[in-house]
Design a protein. Structure first.
Length: 397
């Protein structure tokens, strides 16, 4: 299996400098051109703008990409562009986006939503790492927030692409946000979008700083791991992977029921518990534990136990339960330790396939479908807009 994945990598590496021209026209539903439409490859720095006649031309490197076309007032268009089947010319028809009719929505967008939720959104979307301090959303006024009291979740939409200025990494990012949803009950955050990267201009000193920061962000990231998974080299380059199971904490569930049944009204309007002091100490100890107990596999997993070759450019990834992934060449940043003082200083992340479907991994570290993979632990904290890199990024040798 190793030689198959290695062969896949060599075939792609040999074509890295091969590019092909992709031409097309962007029109609306009435066949009129859409001038100024943004046309780019998802999560890369390859993009352009349609001219006054709606025409565009892109030079696309070898590999598989998602072509994204967006314009204000229209639904975002996306199409897979495989290297083996590229059309020389495309006609892309954009559909008008249906307006958000707040008057017919049971729970409308909140007034002054940014004032109420802006800090929370920034911390969860931009992040709280050191790099987030120099990363800003330049147009927060396009964001709308809906906090559902009925379903206990927060939904955020953007009426226009977010403009993100990342002075820590030297990127100006145009982010077409398609979905942002936080469940207050499960504490799961799911968001999706299409970023387009442009390099910022700066002095030689700034360029060197940006290159150092980009390299620091890359090593130990999910992109780094996925690229190594594709090549079947993650064990050699510092990643350790183990099987992980999560079993319900039965004792905590039992104690929760005991405590619930011990509470009663003393008849004077006061709620009291029949639990004595010694039992209370034990109960508090159990209730401080997690709802699930982690059972970590003893064996380190080789790459071919979770990855397999699909074809000459794609590796598949499949596993049961969870994977515990540790990057041993670095420790977590001090900001992470401040936020999670009881945690380990090891870069430990957990991933699971939430729809029980395999995902496809490409040589550049991208994977499909991104919303089928859920990460918790370090990556859940780290993988934010402030530490986002384009898939055409390459670390210095």
């Amino acid at each position: 299996m190793k030689w198959i994945l290695t062969l896949c990598f060599l075939l792609v590496a040999a074509l890295l400098f091969a590019q092909s021209a992709l031409k097309g026209t962007v029109i609306d539903e009435t066949d009129k051109p859409v001038p100024g439409a943004s046309v780019f490859l998802n999560n890369t720095s390859v993009g352009t703008t349609a001219n006054n006649d709606g025409n565009f031309e892109l030079f696309i490197p070898a590999g598989r990409f998602e072509l994204i076309v967006s314009s204000i007032g229209f639904q975002t268009y996306n199409q897979a562009i495989p290297s083996s089947d590229r059309a020389t010319s495309l006609v892309i028809r954009l559909k008008i986006k249906a307006p958000e009719l707040e008057t017919i929505i049971i729970e409308p967008f909140e007034k002054n939503g940014w004032e109420k939720w802006g800090k929370w959104f920034t911390e969860n979307f931009i992040g709280t790492s050191e790099y987030s301090q120099d990363c800003r959303i330049k147009n927060p006024e396009v964001l709308r927030f809906r906090n559902s009291k009925r379903t206990h979740d927060l939904t955020v939409i953007a009426t226009a692409p977010l403009i993100i200025e990342n002075k820590a990494l030297g990127y100006r990012v145009t982010y077409q946000m398609e979905n942002f949803h936080y469940d207050f009950t499960t504490r799961y955050l799911l968001y999706a979008g299409y970023p387009f990267f442009q390099n910022m201009e700066g002095s030689d000193r700034k360029q060197r700083m940006w290159e150092r920061n980009r390299s620091d962000v890359y090593y130990g990231s999910m992109m780094h791991f996925m690229r190594l998974l594709y090549r079947n080299t993650f064990l050699k380059e510092g990643f350790e992977v183990r099987q992980l199971q999560k079993k319900p904490n039965d004792e905590k569930q039992r104690i929760r029921m005991v405590y619930k049944n011990s509470v009663r009204d003393n008849g004077n309007g006061r709620i009291v518990s029949t639990i004595n002091g010694d039992s209370s100490a034990y109960y508090n100890h159990i209730m401080s534990q997690d709802d699930f107990i982690n059972i970590i596999g003893k064996s380190i997993l080789p790459g071919d136990s979770i990855a397999y070759a699909v074809d000459s450019t794609i590796a598949g990834m499949a596993f049961e339960d969870y994977l515990l992934i540790i990057y041993k060449n670095k420790n977590v940043p001090v900001e992470f330790m401040r936020m999670f003082p009881k945690g380990s200083n090891a870069m430990m992340s957990e991933i699971t396939l939430i729809n029980n479907k395999p995902i496809e991994v490409l040589s550049n570290g991208s994977y499909f479908n991104p919303q089928d993979l859920l990460s918790t632990g370090y990556w859940a904290w780290w993988e934010k807009a402030a530490t986002m890199l384009p898939f055409d990024y390459q670390p210095p040798k």
